[in-house]
Design a protein around this ligand. Structure first.
Ligand SMILES: NC(=O)N[C@@H](CC(=O)O)C(=O)O
Ligand SMILES: [Zn+2]
Ligand SMILES: [Zn+2]
Length: 447
């Protein structure tokens, strides 16, 4: 590999979307300039050998928690950006449940500007739906949209927008500028904050407060009706039950503009993990039964579930190392998402790499209104790319992480398929097993 002095990159022998055809790509000024066999490297070009690797559009995470401002001890925008690069991401949507909450134009611009200084991934703020996530009055939705941050995705994630009138108003409001409301579907009466275990045989036997499926499903059903009544776009975060998948399938079949997301952990892990009371498995919504996991896999494979969102939720040891019932909700996800999807959906033949490109790049970019990401791999397109080694196995080690937190539920597990390189506008952000040293001033978030 030669040094990247002139911003020119040659990727050789890549299998685009796993279709089986090998091609070289020449990238200049962040844009794919040539594709074909046997391209030669111009003087001074950096060469990335992609033999054996599948080339995908750079991943877009519609659901990341970066904890800055407020909890920089657990993650910063910069550390989360590095973790994103390891995971093959070129853009992430930063959830609004920070301290202070991203509920104003000033706060959104602050996150956006900080994101610009993080060279490893493009960071875009999600705006809160309600002030302070309190669920009482709408946040500055229009001002956040018209700000430099150009917010188009709004969510009170961590909390459910429970008041149906507020939800209706939010849906109506964002429609004017093509925005979307992303709901954390949890009825706070049916599943209060103490609820922490999928309600069923396990919650009874383990003696943990139950979080019933209907607390999610009743909100999704209501929100689909509201989206229908308002003609607005609804996105459902971290869908976790078979019944929710059915509701979304029905909503789509009646023409409602609803999209849905599944997390890697809900696609792979079940409530049985709670047997040992290890708080690393405490997450909202909770890990469910195998039939729910199966329904999510089927839903993702048939497009009912549109996107994979990591819900990367870093927490410090002091927030996690408690009895299960009082530990914080959430688990890491950025660095391992592709490997989990590869192991449970690609290796098993349920999804192709082209399907993965849709679920992890194309559709999340469309959902978030990002035009420079999730693009086809073609001449003239921005070079936001991810290289995956489909057969490589990885044993996850929580201490080998760019995240500031260690709440990694995949620790010690062997997964098949891994990201080997991530390229953001022609510059490798992750290569040869390491995050690249990049000067911060040379990036500009490109929506
Ligand atoms: N998923 C979680 O369990 N926790 C998230 C909030 C959320 O996504 O609801 C967090 O911010 O920690
Ligand atoms: Zn949530
Ligand atoms: Zn979340």
């Amino acid at each position: 590999m030669s040094h990247n002095d002139n911003g020119t990159l040659l990727v050789t022998g890549a299998d685009v979307l796993g279709g089986g055809c090998r091609t070289d790509l020449l990238v200049e000024d962040g844009v794919i300039r040539q594709m074909g066999e046997g391209l030669s490297a111009p003087e001074g070009a950096q060469v990335v050998d992609a033999a054996g690797a599948v080339l995908l559009p750079g991943f877009v995470d519609p659901h990341t928690h970066l904890r800055e401002p407020g909890r920089e001890d657990t993650e910063t925008i910069a550390s989360g950006a590095r973790a994103a690069a390891v995971g093959g991401y070129t853009a992430v949507m930063a959830m609004a449940n920070t301290t202070p909450v991203t509920d104003s134009a000033v706060a959104a611009e602050w996150v956006y500007d900080k994101g610009q200084q993080a060279p490893h991934v493009d960071v875009f703020p999600v705006g809160a739906v309600t002030k302070g996530l309190k669920g009482e009055e709408l946040a500055e939705l229009g001002l956040m949209h018209r700000s430099r941050a150009g917010v188009r995705m709004f969510s009170d994630d961590g909390k459910c927008v429970h008041d149906p009138l507020l939800m209706r108003r939010a849906l109506e409001y964002v429609t004017d500028f093509g925005g979307v409301v992303a709901q954390h579907a949890q009825d706070p009466r049916l599943a209060p904050h103490t609820a922490c275990c999928h309600e069923g045989p396990y919650s009874g036997r383990l003696g943990l407060p139950g979080w019933p499926a209907v607390a999610e499903e009743s909100i999704i059903a209501r929100d689909i009706m509201l989206a229908k009544a308002t003609g607005s776009r609804l996105h459902v975060c971290h869908v976790s039950t078979a019944g929710s998948v059915e509701l979304i399938r029905w909503g789509k079949s009646t023409g409602v503009d609803v999209t849905a997301e599944a997390t890697p952990h809900h696609l792979a892990l079940t409530v049985a993990e709670l047997e040992g009371y290890d708080s690393v498995y405490k997450v909202n919504p909770p890990l469910r039964a195998m039939e729910d996991v199966e329904a999510l896999r089927a839903g993702l494979a048939d497009g009912t579930i549109d996107v994979v969102g990591t819900d990367h939720a870093p927490h410090g040891l002091h927030d996690k190392q408690h009895d299960f019932e009082i530990a914080a909700f959430g688990m890491l996800g950025l660095e391992t998402a592709l490997s989990v999807v590869s192991t449970h959906l690609v290796s098993t033949g349920r999804m192709s790499w082209a399907d993965v490109a849709q679920a992890m790049s194309v559709r999340p970019a469309r959902l978030a209104g990002l035009e420079g990401h999730g693009r086809p791999i073609e001449v003239g397109e921005p070079a936001n790319l991810t290289l995956v080694a489909p057969a490589a196995t990885v044993t996850v080690d929580r201490d080998e992480s760019e995240s500031r937190s260690r709440n990694n539920p995949w620790h010690g597990r062997e997964l098949t398929g891994r990201v080997v390189a991530t390229i953001l506008r022609g510059r490798p952000t992750f290569l040869h097993g390491a995050v690249t040293d990049l000067a911060s001033e040379s990036t500009v978030n490109a929506r």
